[in-house]
Write a protein that binds this ligand. Structure first.
Ligand code: COA
Length: 207
């Protein structure tokens, strides 16, 4: 099936939520883990489109978006926007304590807690932050994986970031997601920081 990589547009938004859910369990389908199929996308995909749609690209196959790459150029400014604009209505919509009958799995409980965690920590940021100010998320449905589409999406995003003079990009990946870690390694990412279950990887962009 031919795959087209292109800038994202408004009608892609429902697919952002779907793709996020269907790749939300360490790269595998998380549909069975969530009572609310939109919860993951509320945090990990939709806000990027509203924040800066020019850093969102989709991979379309058979007329349907089946993958995306989403980024924010200045993570600190993005986090501030999340705190001021995006998260307040979500925190009201998904209150804590969250009704037990709406928590289908520990993953769903953790996702609700994430919405309430401040993105403006009191501690100073780690030293690597200024060299890798952008961050990204990339997810492809299984039908278009392993065909060079991830590579093509990365190329589109990196070109856009380089044009803006962005020095580097980082991302978080679950340690269990060994396929994605291998993919990022091939794309020139290296480990910036190791957390309990997550690796923070970074890549310098050419000037
Ligand atoms: C991880 C992901 C983005 C990779 O995209 P992709 O289109 O499948 O990867 P590509 O076909 O572009 O592969 C690019 C390179 O990475 C390597 N690679 C990709 N997936 C790999 C895997 N599972 N194991 C080992 N290497 C892998 C390829 O061999 C290729 O190497 P090359 O440059 O030498 O040819 C995609 O598989 C995906 O979305 N997975 C599910 C969601 C996910 O885990 N997202 C990341 C969350 S942090």
């Amino acid at each position: 099936m031919a795959v087209l990589v292109r800038p994202a547009c408004g009608p892609d938004l429902p697919y952002f939520y779907e793709i996020c859910l269907k790749t939300g369990d360490a790269g595998k389908d998380a549909s069975g883990l969530f009572y609310d199929p939109f919860l993951l996308g509320q945090y990990y995909s939709a806000p990027y489109f509203f924040y800066d749609q020019r850093l969102c690209f989709v991979a379309e196959a058979g007329g349907i978006p089946q993958g995306y790459i989403l980024a924010a150029q200045e993570t600190r400014a993005f986090n501030l926007w999340m705190e001021q604009v995006w998260l307040p209505p979500l925190r009201r919509r998904y209150p804590e304590p969250y009704p037990g009958e709406r928590i289908q799995s520990p993953a769903e409980g953790q996702a609700v807690s994430l919405l309430h965690r401040s993105l403006l920590p009191a501690d100073p940021p780690p030293r690597w932050w200024s060299s890798y100010p952008a961050h990204l998320h990339i997810d492809l449905l299984p039908a278009i994986q392993g065909q060079g589409v991830g590579k093509a999406l990365m190329h589109s995003l990196f070109t856009a970031l380089e044009r803006r003079g962005c020095p580097g990009v980082h991302l978080g990946v679950g340690k269990a997601n060994t396929g994605a870690i291998a993919f990022y390694g091939k794309r020139g990412f290296s480990v910036l920081q190791e957390q309990e279950q997550v690796l923070i990887l970074g890549k310098t962009l050419p000037k």
